[in-house]
Design a protein around this ligand. Structure first.
Ligand SMILES: [Ca+2]
Ligand SMILES: [Ca+2]
Length: 297
């Protein structure tokens, strides 16, 4: 048999076989038909069919892979969206936290200011307390001194009354004031300093010696708005003031700018209306005087 007729017969056989395969594939038996066909095909045709089969399988695998990728992409998109939502929430919380932090800083600053004010107030209160304590102590000491003076005077009076003998005590004369064991006379006359000194001496007293603030306070209270000579002078030595008993000055109550030895000289001292001292001309008239003598029992 010639080769051309064999080929033609095989082709016809193949066409018939393919028709059968299509029919069988329609009924789900394509694989068997391919194998049966294969048995009747040469190597090249088998390779083509194998290639088709490989392509078909690859297509199916790619389709599966694509479906998986699409599914994964969808899943990742959802996760990304969730992450964005979470990020937005975190930003919102961060902003809120920042405001709270700012409020806390403001409150902290206010508390610090309050602490500083309280510390200042406390320091001022402590200072006031110390000052008050000192003033109370001074007042107590003064009150105690006055109480002792009053008690001493009371004992003397009581003793004099009990004795019933006026000669045992030298009570303050009429018109004299008793204070802290001394009698004081505020003159109604007004003369110069030497006259005043002698007038006191004539009454068994001396021109007042002011040697402590308590006595000064008593004299100021009883001055009645007048000025009086006191027993202080620098007659013998300019600028060196001494009392009439030649004692030196241990306490003073000079007025501002005094003593100034004004004009032709001021060597005798007077107590002004407000109790302050001023050196003045000894021969000046028109000034009262204050005498002092012990009240003895
Ligand atoms: Ca003088
Ligand atoms: Ca003067």
């Amino acid at each position: 048999m010639p080769s051309g007729s064999i080929y033609q017969k095989c082709e016809e056989s193949d066409q018939e076989t393919l028709k059968e395969q299509e029919t069988e594939m329609a009924f789900g038996r394509a694989g068997n038909s391919l194998l049966q066909c294969g048995r009747g095909l040469n190597g090249e045709e088998k390779s083509v069919l194998t290639l088709y089969a490989v392509h078909a399988v690859s297509f199916v695998l790619w389709a599966i892979l694509l479906a998986m990728v699409i599914g994964k992409y969808s899943e990742m998109s959802k996760e990304l969206e969730q992450l964005r939502t979470a990020q937005s929430v975190l930003r919102g919380n961060g902003s809120k936290t920042g405001k709270q932090l700012e409020t806390l800083h403001f409150n902290q600053s206010a508390i610090h200011s309050t602490e500083v004010e309280l510390a200042t107030d406390l320091k001022r209160l402590q200072s006031d307390q110390a000052t008050l304590k000192m003033e109370v102590s001074e007042d107590l000491a003064k009150a105690k001194s006055e109480r002792d003076d009053i008690r001493a005077d009371a004992y003397k009076i009581l003793d004099a009354v009990q004795k019933g003998n006026d000669s045992a005590c030298s009570i303050c004369p009429a018109g004299w004031l008793l204070n802290a064991g001394n009698c004081y006379y505020f003159s109604t006359e007004q003369k110069h300093w030497s006259y005043a000194k002698q007038a006191c001496k004539d009454q068994g007293a001396k021109l007042i010696i002011i040697d402590n603030p308590q006595k000064q306070e008593f004299l100021t209270k009883n001055a009645n708005g007048k000025q009086y000579w006191i027993g202080l002078h620098d007659v013998h030595n300019e600028g060196t003031f001494i009392w009439v008993d030649d004692s030196s000055v241990s306490y003073s109550n000079w007025d501002r700018g005094e003593p100034n030895n004004f004009g032709s000289g001021e060597d005798c001292v007077m107590m002004l209306k407000d109790g302050k001292w001023n050196d003045a001309t000894c021969v000046m008239n028109g000034v009262g005087w204050i005498c002092e003598k012990k009240w003895t029992c």
